[in-house]
Design a protein around this ligand. Structure first.
Ligand SMILES: C[S@@+](CC[C@H](N)C(=O)[O-])C[C@H]1O[C@@H](n2cnc3c(N)ncnc32)[C@H](O)[C@@H]1O
Length: 183
């Protein structure tokens, strides 16, 4: 637990003076950690709230916001709510960039999630998968994926490098990186 919170701190470090970051957390002790971790950056704040609802609200009125959705996927509706949130943010601003982290357990669940994004009419979808082993045991965490709608230029090459390195460093035999486009 040396690097938690992770993405909020990485994001805060990358902010330019004109940027701002808001992170939403439901669990009070984790929210306290988030606030504390971001205390050093005046334009980054951690707040209590349902990230699915708050991200849509926070993105409203911003030009080309970047939204990262990173739930624990402990609840079965996390896939549905992630896809709905992405669609709502992109309906409000088609130039928004939305990145959604998902675990990779079995292909059926993941394909269902991608189909949901496509059915919502989202295009320009980049999928970066780090498959640490073949996806044939749905009870196991077999890797993870980052799905990015409106990924900026250069994201595909960066994703291939990151996923390739991750699989090489942490994967079993039969693991592989897959970077592809949907939508
Ligand atoms: C995988 S962690 C996020 C890690 C974070 N991105 C990082 O790099 O440090 C998922 C977090 O989402 C929180 N969470 C779950 N459902 C949520 C919701 N609807 N709104 C906000 N936070 C939620 C959980 O309490 C948990 O702390």
């Amino acid at each position: 637990m040396r690097f938690y919170p992770g993405s909020p701190v990485l994001t805060a470090r990358a902010l330019r003076p004109e940027d701002s970051y808001r992170g939403f957390e439901l669990n009070p002790p984790v929210e306290a950690l988030l606030r504390e971790a971001l205390a050093a950056w005046p334009n980054a704040v951690g707040q209590a709230g349902d990230g699915y609802e708050e991200a849509v609200r926070a993105a409203r009125g911003l030009k080309a916001p970047l939204v990262l959705i990173d739930p624990p996927f402990e609840r079965p509706d996390d896939y549905v709510r992630s896809a709905e949130t992405a669609a709502a943010v992109l309906r409000a601003d088609p130039t928004a960039c939305v990145a959604i982290w998902t675990p990779l357990k079995d292909l059926e669940t993941f394909d269902g999630f991608i189909r949901r994004l496509e059915q919502a009419g989202l295009s320009r979808v980049l999928v970066a998968e780090a498959r640490l082993r073949p996806l044939n045991n749905p009870m196991k965490m077999n890797g993870c994926a980052m799905t990015v709608v409106n990924a900026p230029s250069g994201a595909e090459a960066a994703a291939a490098e990151i996923c390739g390195w991750t699989v090489q460093a942490l994967g079993d035999a039969g693991g592989r990186a897959e970077v592809w486009r949907a939508g």
